[in-house]
Write a protein that binds this ligand. Structure first.
Ligand SMILES: C[S@@+](CC[C@H](N)C(=O)[O-])C[C@H]1O[C@@H](n2cnc3c(N)ncnc32)[C@H](O)[C@@H]1O
Length: 250
């Protein structure tokens, strides 16, 4: 249900310019591991292009042809080689193994069914070389914040941006939380002063609660080795923003 959102890669990059501690974290981990790198749900390559520019052989897999085309364009512009592949992280077979596999920026949360998450983890496991590391980051769900999702459309001032073609773009989001499914169902509205709602797209994102996360990982044949709560490496706790998970083959 989020495909339409990712079929506007240029706007995505303007809204989410990337960079920051997440890129530094994944880059440092890829360096520490060494060897071949695979990112699932790689988007426009915010993390993978810097990692490839450090000299690692990289493969990026994503559902969206539009995000991949933008990733390819940016990598070519920077003279960086990455193998971009269209595919579904729920089940994939690349016929080779990797030393570092990662899923960044809540991309995993586009898988809503527990079976899909387990199937993804099983596919990841089949692609791990001996001693390889699998890392992913998802947000730490706050029951209080989820309960505030009342379906009312509100501005997200921090996400507004300037599009060189259109001018200033404002972003409004309306969200409701579907508790039995553990999915926040959002509708994103992008507008300029002369083109209100020039883009309206759904974006749906699951919550993975702290107690279920290690169980899902282990059903996929993996072991959760460490869970950090933020990019500085603080241990995961009730009030940390992230579940930054370091896994290996079980
Ligand atoms: C929030 S973006 C993150 C992009 C990138 N990882 C980053 O850190 O900037 C989520 C990405 O996951 C991709 N995606 C969603 N479901 C997918 C699936 N089942 N298989 C592969 N990619 C998927 C989307 O197309 C989108 O590019």
């Amino acid at each position: 249900m989020s495909e339409a959102f990712y079929s506007h890669a240029r706007l995505y990059d303007l809204m989410f310019p990337g960079g920051g501690p997440a890129v530094d974290f994944y880059r440092a981990n890829a360096d520490r591991q060494g060897g071949r790198v695979l990112e699932l749900g790689c988007g426009t390559g915010h993390k993978l292009i810097p990692i490839a520019s450090d000299g690692h052989p990289c493969v990026g897999l994503d559902f969206s042809s539009d995000m991949l085309a933008e990733a390819q364009r940016k990598a070519n512009g920077r003279g960086v080689a990455v193998e971009w592949m269209q595919g579904d992280m729920r089940a994939f077979d690349l016929g080779r193994t990797f030393d570092f596999v990662f899923i960044a920026a809540n991309s995993l949360l586009h898988l809503h069914e527990a079976e899909d998450l387990v199937s993804c983890f099983r596919s990841v496991r089949r692609h791990l070389a001996p001693g390889a590391q699998f890392v992913f980051d998802v947000f730490n769900p706050s029951v209080r914040l989820l309960a505030e999702a009342d379906g009312v459309r509100r501005p997200r001032a921090s996400l507004s941006f300037v599009d060189p073609d259109r001018g200033k773009v404002s972003v409004d989001v309306a969200e409701i939380y579907d508790a039995p499914a553990q999915v926040t169902r959002g509708t994103w509205h992008l507008s300029t002063s002369c083109e209100p709602d020039f883009l309206v797209a759904p974006l749906e994102i699951r919550s993975i609660f702290p107690q279920e996360l290690p169980l899902l990982v282990s059903l996929g044949g993996l072991r959760l080795v460490e869970r950090f709560g933020d990019w500085s490496g603080r241990p995961f706790a009730v009030d940390t923003p992230l579940q930054l998970c370091i896994c290996e083959s079980a």
